[in-house]
Design a protein around this ligand. Structure first.
Ligand code: SF4
Ligand code: SF4
Length: 298
């Protein structure tokens, strides 16, 4: 089983549309949507949820009103401004759960043992069926953190399903950027596919992603989406990627069919017979060939 993580240095490169097409072209992969802060792969793959679970990425404090003596110790100690004072209520202190960082200091020092410190529900994760194979997806709650843990959980679940069902590929739709959730999506993966676009910001963000991949020493491939909107910039980006040891596996042309396919909830590679579908098929075939070469050489 091989895990391919698809990332982009920035949002808006068309990464998720491209992942949906790869999922439709691979023969029954497991797909993991790890863009947990703004998950949207389900909009195209239309999954049927089989299992739903709460996700807890940390703990949160809760004052038990019947035990609290309103001494104010927790208010004094909390360094995150998460204990709110309201002299008109009883007890006079409550926890702001959005501000609470889950450090546990208030609970530890409360003289009345009046602060419960329990696992918080920060999101949900799902195991679903799609027309193309199993899907693991997740949704972090509003203003919740610890998305790196949720990404790791989604990847682990997807790999377990692939192993149990004897499936060849796990395709991970990674988050944009280069922050903690991206690191969680590439750490220990077999291959990274970088999706970029031929713009100045695309070039800049690609450089940051290449640094990250270099640091983790993961075999990486590059695909330029909408290459024909600026062929000169596409050439420049490819040159930079090659110099960094990244193989180019495809150029995908711009086509309005991408938007039409999204509206119909169909991966574009399946939606149309226009040249963009051939670009995508060629890209997948090249990627598989390259992966086999890397695997044989390792
Ligand atoms: S430290 Fe404990 S007893 Fe004192 S105000 Fe806070 S919760 Fe109430
Ligand atoms: S757990 Fe930490 S952050 Fe949360 S209210 Fe208590 S002291 Fe503040």
């Amino acid at each position: 089983m091989k895990e391919i993580t698809v990332i982009s240095g920035k949002g808006g490169t068309g990464k998720t549309s491209l992942v949906a097409s790869l999922v439709s072209l691979a023969q029954k992969p497991v797909v993991a949507d790890c863009d947990v802060d703004a998950a949207d792969l389900h909009l195209v793959l239309d999954p049927r949820v089989k299992e739903a679970h709460d996700f807890s990425g940390g703990k949160t404090a809760e004052i038990m009103p019947d035990k609290c003596s309103s001494c104010g110790k927790c208010f004094e100690l909390c360094r995150f401004g998460a204990v709110i004072k309201d002299e008109n209520s009883k007890p006079a202190y409550v926890i702001d759960h959005i501000a609470c960082e889950g450090c546990g200091v208030c609970s530890y020092f409360c003289p009345e043992k009046a602060i419960a410190f329990e696992a918080a529900v920060n999101g949900r994760w799902f195991i679903s069926d799609t027309s193309y194979g199993p899907m693991v997806h997740a949704k972090l709650g509003i203003a919740e953190e610890n998305s790196g843990k949720l990404v790791a959980l989604a990847r682990d679940q997807a790999k377990t399903i692939a192993e149990n069902e004897g499936l060849s590929y796990v395709i991970v739709d990674g988050p944009p950027g280069i922050g903690c959730p991206v690191i969680a999506s590439v750490t220990g993966t077999d291959y990274v596919l970088i999706v970029t676009e031929p713009t100045l910001s695309g070039e800049h963000d690609l450089e940051r992603v290449m640094e990250l991949i270099n640091y983790f020493k993961i075999p990486a491939f590059l695909c330029i989406n909408k290459y024909d909107i600026n062929p000169g910039m596409s050439d420049k980006i490819e040159k930079k990627a090659r110099a960094a040891g990244i193989k180019i596996v495809g150029r995908i042309r711009y086509d309005r069919a991408v938007t039409d396919a999204q509206i119909k909830k169909i991966p574009v590679a399946e939606f149309t017979n226009k040249p963009i579908a051939f670009d995508l098929k060629n890209m997948w075939n090249t990627l598989v060939q390259e992966i086999n070469l890397v695997t044989k050489g390792s």
